[in-house]
Design a protein around this ligand. Structure first.
Ligand SMILES: [Zn+2]
Length: 169
């Protein structure tokens, strides 16, 4: 048996041998199980290596360009998010405004109506008190006190009404 051809096997797989070397390897392989096994293993390793290598994406020739594109893409996305957020908040504020308007509108008008009614009652009471006072001067003190008390009560009611919050959580 002639000498083994392990050193030539890699080149043999890659078709890098000349005709003479190729024939030498082939004739040796036909008689040497050890070198055939070596060839199989080498082929397996090469196949695995190639399949592994193909899974690695080769670096982009325009790497810098690609990075810049990616960055601007990211910036666009951020800007889009920002605009979306502004729109979202605007809509929220508008929705909240409308809700507040519709929820508070009725209590607010009711409150104003009650307040104006109370003021009217106060004015009427004061007017009546003045009329009675002018008719019967001796009752001045009592009527004046009563009117003052009524006025104070009305004022207190109005102040409380103004302090009152229409919407309670
Ligand atoms: Zn051999």
């Amino acid at each position: 048996m002639d000498e083994h051809v392990e050193d030539l096997l890699s080149a043999f797989i890659d078709h890098e041998l000349n005709k003479k070397e190729r024939q030498k390897v082939e004739s040796h392989l036909s008689v040497c199980p050890a070198c055939r096994k070596e060839l199989e293993q080498l082929r397996a390793v090469k196949t695995e290596f190639i399949s592994f290598y193909h899974h690695i994406e080769p670096p982009d020739f325009h790497f810098e360009k690609a990075v810049k594109a990616k960055i601007s893409q990211q910036e666009n996305r951020l800007e889009m998010n920002y605009h979306g957020l502004i729109w979202f908040f605007t809509l929220c504020v508008l929705a909240a405004g409308f809700t507040m308007y519709f929820v508070l509108r009725t209590p607010f008008y009711v409150g104003v109506n009650i307040a104006s009614a109370l003021v009217n009652i106060c004015a009427s009471s004061f007017h009546i008190a003045l009329s009675i006072f002018s008719a019967i001067p001796s009752l001045f003190a009592i009527i004046a006190i009563a009117a003052s008390v009524m006025l104070a009560i009305c004022l207190w009611l109005v102040l409380n009404l103004l302090k009152m919050k229409p919407l309670k959580e």
